[in-house]
Design a protein. Sequence first.
Length: 305
Amino acid sequence: MSAGLFPSPFPGGADLTFGGGNGLLRSPANEPRKVNAMGNAYEIYALRYATMAPRTPSMNFLAPDPHDATAQDLDYFVWLIRGGGRNILVDTGFNAEEAALRARKLTLNPVDALEAFGVKADAIQDVVVTHLHYDHAGNLDRFPHARFHLQEREMSYATGRCMCNGMLRHPFSVEHVTLMVRHVYGERVTFHSGDGEIAPGVTVHRVGGHSDGLQVVRVDTARGPVVLASDASHYYANLHKRSPFPIVYNVGDMAQGWEIVERLAGHPDRFIPGHDPIVAEIYPRASDKVDAFALHEQPSRSFAK
Ligand SMILES: [Zn+2]
Ligand SMILES: [Zn+2]
């Protein structure tokens, strides 16, 4: 079981407990802690690099509402966290080769999206890989100076017995997983077990469910902690309706994951789903060159009841 404990209800957050030395990447003595009255105020940008349309409810919900026939697009994002001199990338998207294999439409490679946004791939020091599915863990050869943060259980899952099953294996690319194995051998991977810290105010938390080692990322911002839920909830509706996305390893863990995401965020407007086009509608556009949206800003629409 995970070594970390779940955080207590917010506000606060100082009571996160980390498991036995997991994930402490650098000695705090070497890194000045940027602390102000608001805590660590990072900026977060969602960079959209692909879209898939249209998708019927049965593609998005394990048990779709029979009265709902509304088609929804699925957007693909990577997320850039900036602050305190750091550029932390969350997920690495897929490339043109993988898009062709899966008949997906790639708007542009996430590495090019990053560059258009003003951040070169070689300036990325840390990459959090939420899980190893093809749309989150491609381009692993494009970040020469990055350290990769992965849950221990995700590496085990993606290289273990479950990959003998076609349905469970389908969202993975053996090329991506192989590259991650190479990074392990190159001592470029920090494994986390449960909860872990990437930088002061940026923490990862295993939720599992969708993939056994899926982790979400909690980031301190000026509007409070924002949780990048990745595929813990593809759409707002998966979490709001407590309705699983059909790609799932463990439904029980997925259901617990929604509770964890809500608790970590502390407010419904501070949870960011992994693939929902609504994100691009309600967060301010942050670039005229690329589809980038500022998640540290308030959304134009609130989900608070
Ligand atoms: Zn996934
Ligand atoms: Zn995904």
